[in-house]
Design a protein around this ligand. Structure first.
Ligand SMILES: [Fe+2]
Length: 190
């Protein structure tokens, strides 16, 4: 079985961007610990588009496939509470490696650098180790299992029915919690 045919020109991630507490501390983690390369850096006194006065440094770290993870260091607008450890259901970021040997080697390297990398956890379609970056973001390193695509294809077969069941099962709770308007398809985040 092959992956689903796509109806979009979107081919991958250019960057995911997050706020960091300190650019140098973040560089240490992503460059020295994980081995990414810091490539792009933009410094500005004001926010593009709005012109708000919020000096910031925006840095980009390159992965082996040319995609990036990026950070904003903007102390004026930073709220210290944002940097608390975030629950994995709320936010986490997963990097992919090619083999279990690479996953094991990375886990050892990270632990040797004094960062606690836990796992591996076997998820069936992937196997992962987990750690936190200096900004409270849970970072996952993952390797696909040999039958990753088959597992996803099997799940895809019943996905629409499963989603419909889940939606009807949880809709009442969500309407009560978030309001009917918020869970409507055109619901807006306020
Ligand atoms: Fe994950």
């Amino acid at each position: 079985m092959t992956a689903a045919k796509l109806d979009t020109p979107i081919k991958g991630v250019h960057h995911g961007a997050f706020r960091c507490r300190d650019a140098e501390q973040t560089r240490w983690f992503y460059e020295d610990v994980l081995g990414l390369t810091v490539e792009g850096a933009v410094m500005s006194e004001t926010v593009p588009g709005t012109g708000d006065d919020d000096p910031y440094l925006h840095i980009f770290f390159r992965m082996a496939n040319g995609e990036y993870i990026a950070f904003f260091d903007a102390p004026n607008s930073a709220d210290p509470s944002w940097f608390k450890r975030k629950e994995s259901f709320d936010m986490h970021f997963a990097f992919e490696v090619d083999s279990e040997a690479e996953l094991d080697a990375m886990q050892k390297r990270i632990n040797d650098m004094g960062v606690s990398a836990l796992g591996p956890v076997e998820h069936g379609f992937v196997k992962s180790v987990y750690m936190y970056d200096p900004n409270g973001i849970q970072i996952e390193l993952t390797v696909r299992s040999d039958d990753h695509d088959e597992i996803f294809a099997r799940e895809r077969a019943g996905l629409k029915e499963e989603l419909a069941r889940w939606t009807s099962h949880t809709r009442g709770q969500k309407v009560q919690k978030f309001g009917a308007e918020s869970v409507d398809k055109r619901g807006r985040v306020r």
